[in-house]
Write a protein of this length. Sequence first.
Length: 145
Amino acid sequence: MNTARKIILSSLIVFFILQSYAQELKTKRVLTGNYQEIFTVDKKSKLRNGEYLKLDVKSRDTLVSGTFRDDLKTGVWKYNGKESKPWITYDYDKKMLNLISDEITKIDSFLIRKDGTFVSEKVDSPPLYIGFKDEVRNILASNNE
């Protein structure tokens, strides 16, 4: 078999393998309140695999982007603020923050419980929720409705 035929045959085999794998994934769009989630699910295992997006329905801002592997977050995930500006990036493989917004790093005081009361004290770093900007506020507001 000459080299050109080997290349063509190898290319066809790779194409068919990729095509069959792609058919095992299904793109899902889930609308939850003010947010739309777009992700792919393996048809057999029903586990999320591949790219994930969370969009603000009104502004169309990308709030969260990342990748799932067997329903677990993997690689670097980006959590954004308004106009899709970076808020936090977190690497789930290395279990570490890559980027923190300047707004967060400016916070030097936080409410600390001492002797049954809360007092504002200086802290080295404030508690941090891994999520898009104002996500905690939105969760609390939706639970009070």
